[in-house]
Ligand binder design. Structure first.
Ligand code: ATP
Ligand code: MG
Length: 446
C-alpha cells in the first residue's frame, strides 16, 4: 500500500476523552472512530489488525478440530425464554421489537441459539464429540462503556460450544480449548495467563479466564510469579490426545493464579512471599464447562446407544477479538506509539523514502515494494512529499515492527537501512538483503 493513496487519518493532538494508552493510540493512529458510546467504526488500519487477530483465532480453532460457522446477531426472545435467561439477563441485553411485535434481541452470547441448532440436527451419540464456533459481533449494554474497544457495547467475540456425551469428554474439550487459547495468544505476541475464575450468569463450576497483565486492567489478580516463566512455544500437540491436553492444563494451572472473585488469601499466603504477586489484568478470554444446564432446559439429548436418551454435556469458550486489539497495545507500546508484535501487525514493513522525487530513491523504493510484495509481504510505502521527521513519526505511531529507510547517501554506497521499531537498532544492508531479512523474520508467522 502506498501511503499517499491510503486512508490513515492520524491525529496530531492527543484526544482528551481517552483515559488509557491503547485508546489514545488507537484514536491517534486512525484505527477507530467512535460512532456512539461503546460503538466504533473500524477504520482501515484498525480493521486490518482486527482481521489478523481473527485469522489467528480461526487457524488455531481449526487446528484444534473445532468447526467454524456463523450465527446471526439478532435473535428471537423465544429461545431465551426457554432457558430462563430472557428475564435473568437484565438491562445488559438490548431488546428490540420488530414490526410484527415480536420480541427480538441483539445477542450478547449464543448458548441458546447453538443448543437449538444442535437439538434440531443431532440425535445420536455417534455424532459426538462436536465443537462449533463462530466469530460474530455481540452487544451488551454495559453500564460504563469505556477504554475504547476494551469495554465496548458492540464488540467482536469468538464463541465456541462443545457437545459431548460424558463429563470426561466435555472436560477434554475444555482442555483442548485451553491449549488452543494459549497458542492463539502467543501467536499474537501476548502472554495471557489462565486464572481460576467465577462463572457468573453463564453458570457452571469449571472456568478459567485468560488475563494479560497490565496496569490498566480492570481485574485484580493474584498469582505465583513462577507462572510468568511458562511458554507454550511451538510444541506439537495432538488435540485428540486426552493425556497431552490434560498435561498442558496441569502445567499451566498448577500454580496459584486467580481473579479477585476466587482469590483465597489463606492458600495465597502459603506461596513463598517473594513469589506472591498482586497485579491487574485484562480479561481476553474465558472457558467454561457447565454440564447439562442448557441441554436440560432446552431438551438437547442424544440416544446413548443403550436405548436411552441423555442430555449432552456442554461448555462455552470465548475470546475477546476486538478487546485484544487494545490489550495488545497496552502490552506493547512506548512513548512514540504502538509496537505491533509481528503476528498481528497491519503491514509487515514500512518503506520510508527520504527524498521523494529523487529518481534513484524513488526507483529503489519501487523495487523494494515489488520485491517485498513478490515474497507475499505487505509493505506500507510512505511516498508522500513530507519531511523525514514527519515520516518517521507517523511510522513510529502506527507501530510497524520493521522499517526500511531509503536515502541518497545510503544508495550511493549501495545500502538501505533496516530498523527495528522495538529496539530502535538499525542495520545497513543491500536492498536485496533487506528484503531477504524481512521475509526470514516473518517466515514463522505465516
Ligand atoms: P467482563 O468480565 O470483562 O465483562 P465477561 O466475563 O462478561 O467479560 P465473557 O462472557 O466471558 O465476558 O466473554 C468472552 C470475552 O469477550 C471476554 O473474555 C472478553 O475478552 C470479551 N468481552 C466481554 N465483554 C466485552 C466488552 N464489553 N467489550 C469488549 N470485549 C468484551
Ligand atoms: Mg468472562
Amino acid at each position: 500500500m502506498r501511503l499517499s493513496r491510503y486512508f490513515l487519518p492520524v491525529l496530531k493532538e492527543t484526544p482528551s476523552e481517552a483515559q488509557i494508552v491503547s485508546h489514545r493510540l488507537m484514536l491517534r493512529a486512525g484505527m477507530i472512530k467512535q460512532a456512539s458510546a461503546g460503538i466504533y467504526s473500524w477504520l482501515p488500519l484498525g480493521y486490518k489488525v482486527l482481521k489478523r487477530i481473527e485469522q489467528i483465532v480461526h487457524e488455531e480453532q481449526i487446528r484444534a478440530g473445532h468447526i467454524p460457522m456463523l450465527m446471526p446477531t439478532l435473535q428471537s426472545a423465544e429461545l431465551w425464554r426457554e432457558s430462563g435467561r430472557y428475564d435473568a439477563y437484565g438491562p445488559e441485553m438490548l431488546r428490540i421489537r420488530d414490526r410484527h411485535d415480536r420480541d427480538m434481541l441483539y445477542g450478547p452470547t449464543n448458548e441458546e441459539m447453538i443448543t437449538d441448532i444442535f437439538r434440531s440436527h443431532v440425535a445420536s451419540y455417534k455424532d459426538l464429540p462436536l465443537t462449533l464456533y463462530h466469530i460474530q459481533w455481540k452487544f451488551r449494554d454495559e453500564v460504563r462503556p469505556r477504554f475504547g474497544v476494551m469495554r465496548g457495547r458492540e464488540f467482536l467475540m469468538k464463541d465456541g460450544y462443545n457437545f459431548d456425551l460424558t463429563k470426561e469428554d466435555a472436560l477434554h474439550a475444555y482442555n483442548r480449548h485451553l491449549v488452543s487459547y494459549l497458542r492463539s495468544y502467543e501467536r499474537m505476541g501476548l502472554q495471557a495467563i489462565p486464572m481460576r475464575a467465577d462463572s457468573g450468569p453463564i453458570g457452571g463450576d469449571d472456568t478459567h479466564e485468560f488475563l494479560v497483565l497490565a496496569e490498566t486492567g480492570e481485574s485484580e489478580v493474584f498469582y505465583d510469579s513462577q507462572i510468568t516463566d511458562l511458554r507454550f512455544g511451538d510444541r506439537a500437540i495432538d488435540y485428540d490426545s486426552v493425556e497431552q491436553c490434560q498435561s498442558v492444563l496441569e502445567e499451566f494451572t498448577s500454580r496459584y493464579a486467580r481473579t479477585d472473585e476466587t482469590h483465597d488469601p489463606e492458600v495465597f499466603a502459603q506461596i513463598p512471599q517473594e513469589r506472591q504477586r498482586v497485579a491487574r489484568g485484562i480479561e481476553v478470554g474465558q472457558i467454561f464447562y457447565f454440564g447439562t444446564k442448557y441441554s436440560d432446559a432446552m431438551g438437547a439429548t442424544v440416544d446413548d446407544g443403550q436405548g436411552g436418551k441423555v442430555p449432552v454435556h456442554m461448555g462455552s469458550h470465548g475470546i475477546g477479538v476486538s478487546r485484544l486489539v487494545g490489550a495488545i497495545i497496552e502490552a506493547s507500546h512506548d512513548d512514540k506509539g504502538i509496537i505491533w508484535p509481528e503476528g498481528v501487525t497491519p503491514f509487515h514493513v514500512a518503506i520510508v523514502n527520504l527524498k521523494q522525487g529523487d529518481a534513484a530513491c524513488d526507483g529503489a523504493c519501487e523495487d523494494l515494494y515489488k520485491a517485498l510484495t513478490a515474497k507475499g509481504l505487505e509493505p506500507l510505502y510512505d511516498d508522500r512529499a513530507e519531511r523525514a521527521g514527519a515520516k518517521f513519526a507517523t511510522m513510529d505511531l502506527i507501530g510497524l515492527p520493521w522499517r526500511i529507510t531509503v536515502g541518497p547517501r545510503g544508495l550511493g554506497a549501495g545500502v538501505v537501512e533496516l530498523t527495528s521499531r522495538k529496539t530502535g537498532e538499525s542495520e545497513e544492508l543491500s536492498p536485496e538483503a533487506a528484503v531477504a531479512r524481512v521475509a526470514e523474520i516473518y517466515a514463522p508467522h505465516r
